[in-house]
Design a protein. Structure first.
Length: 93
C-alpha cells in the first residue's frame, strides 16, 4: 500500500496495485482455508458466519474511523493503522 502512495508513474502504480491485490487474494484464501479448521465440527458454520459478520463490521468501522482521522491529520490516520497492525502482529506471534 505504501508503494501505491509513493509511486510517481502510472506503470509503478499499476504494479503496486496488482501486487496488493494478489497479496489480498492470497490472504483471503488462507483465511477461508484455516479458519474453519480451528473450530469444532458442531459449531463450524455458525463460527464462520460470526467471523464473517465481525470482519464486515470491522471493515465498515475502520473505513469510518480512518476517514475521521484522515480529515484531521494524515499522519494520525497512518499512525493509528500502523499501531493496530503492530498490535495484531504481536498478538498473533
Amino acid at each position: 500500500l505504501g508503494g501505491v502512495a509513493a509511486s510517481v508513474g502510472q506503470r509503478s502504480m499499476v504494479a503496486c496495485t496488482l501486487s496488493l491485490n494478489f497479496c489480498t487474494a492470497a490472504l483471503w484464501a488462507v483465511t477461508y482455508t484455516y479458519t474453519p479448521e480451528i473450530f469444532p465440527t458442531q459449531v463450524r458454520t455458525t463460527a464462520m458466519g460470526v467471523c464473517a459478520c465481525v470482519a464486515r463490521v470491522a471493515g465498515i468501522l475502520t473505513s469510518y474511523i480512518g476517514g475521521l482521522l484522515l480529515s484531521s491529520s494524515p499522519e494520525l490516520s497512518l499512525g493509528a493503522y500502523a499501531v493496530s497492525y503492530a498490535v495484531c502482529a504481536l498478538t498473533l506471534a
